[in-house]
Design a protein. Sequence first.
Lengths: 274, 187
Amino acid sequence: MAGERDLERVFSDKIDRLAAGDESKIDPAAEEKIRTELDFARKMISLAPEPSAEFKADLKARLLHELAEQEAEARTADRWNWLRTLLPRQRAWQVAAAMLFVVVAGGILWSTGILRPETAPPPGTVLTAQADTSKTAYRPGEPVKIEVALKNVTSEPFTIKQFPPILSLMQTETRQPVYTFAGGKSDRTLAPGESAEFVLNWDQLDDRGNPAPGGEYYLELEDLDSPGGSVQLNFTRPVHFDILRGTSFSTEIQEMFDQAGATSIPAPHINIGL
Amino acid sequence: MFGPRSQPDTGNEKVSRSPAEAFAELYEQFMPKVFKYVSYRVSDTHVAEDLTSTVFEKALTKFKTYDARKAAFSTWIFSIARNALIDHYRTTGREQTVELDHASSVPSGNPSPDDELVRLEEFRRLRHCLSKLSQHEQEIVSLKFGAEMNNRQIAGTLGLGESNIGTIIYRAVGKLRDCFKRWQNGR
C-alpha cells in the first residue's frame, strides 16, 4: 500500500513537471514502474486544446473596455460623493438646495435652447433643419452619430441638389471647421411638408486624418444652391457636443496589457478621456 | 476605485502593482488554463469559448471583492469556472457529446493539417473516454490536466484530502488509458 501511494505521489508530481515542460526524472525506478501511465499522461498533456489567438485577443479587448468603463463609473461616483458632502443635512435646507439646483439647471438648459419651443421659421424659409447627436459628450476616438432632418416648409415641392447637403463640424473655440462631410451625389425632391433624414457617423478624425482636438463642437450646414438663389440652412436649435479632453486612460491600460505580453487592441474600442 | 482588497497572488508571489496591471497579468497567466479546463468538461469549442468569456467577465466584476489573503487566485478563478460549468449544465442538461470544431483549436508546434486532424480526433476520443468516468473523477482530471493544478490546489478547490487526489488521478488516468487503447486497437 505504501509503495502504491508513493507511485501515485510520484505520478502526480511528474504530471505537474510535464505540464510545466520539465522532463527531468524525479525517481527513475518508480517512473519505470509507471512508465505506461506516464506515457499516456504525456499524450493527454499534448492533446490539451489551446485557445485561438483571435479569441484570446477579442476577449481581452472586451475585458479591457469593461475595465475602463468601470474606472470611468468609479470616477463619476467619486465626483458625486464629493458633491454630496456639499449638501446641507437639514431637511429644509436640502429642499432649498434642490430648488436652487432646478432653477440653475433649468436656466442653463434654456440658454442652450433645449427647453425652448420651436419657433415658427422666419419668413422666406424654404427648409428647416433639425439635428441630434447620439450623445452630448464623447470620449476621444468614440464614433459620433449625427441624425439630421430637413423639412420643406413651403407649399411647393423643393429639390435638394446633392443630398445630403454639406455639413461641417465646427470647433466652438476657433469657429473653424474641423471636418466636413461632402455633399451627396443625388438629388432629393421634398413634397410640401415632407421631411428627409440622413445619418452621419464621424470617427473624430479631422479633414487631414488626424484625431480631432478635445472641446466643444457645433454643426453647420452649407447653404444650398437653387435656381432662385441660395437657400439658407440653419438649424432650428443649435446642436453642440463635446469631445472630452485629457490623457487617454485606456492608453495606460493598453500599455500595461502590452507589457504582460498582450497583442494590441483596436483604438476605437478603448480610447477614453479622463 | 476598482481593485481587490489586497494585492492578488500570481503564482504565490505578492505583487505590488495597480489592479489593472494585476488583472492583465492574471488574464495572460490563467486564461489558457481556464479554457483548457472548460474544454475538458464540454465537448464543443464554441461553448468552451463562451464559458471562458463568462468566467473572466464574472472575475472582472468580482475583482473588487477578491481578497488574496483568503484564497489564491487560481483557487478563486477556478471556483468561478466550476460554478459557470454548473450553471451551464443546469441550462443545457448534462454534458452532451458534440463533435469538436476543428477550426477553433490551435495546433501545438504548427503540425501539418493531417497531424492536426489526428490530434483533434484523439482529443475527441479522450473526451469520450473522460465522459465514462464519474463526475468526481472528471472534475479532478480536468483540474489536473486542464487547469494544470497540483494536488494541493485541487484539494483546496474541492475541499478534499491531498493524498486522495493523487490516488484518484492515478486510477483515472489508468482507466482513460485503457479506454483510449481499446479505441486505437479497434481502428
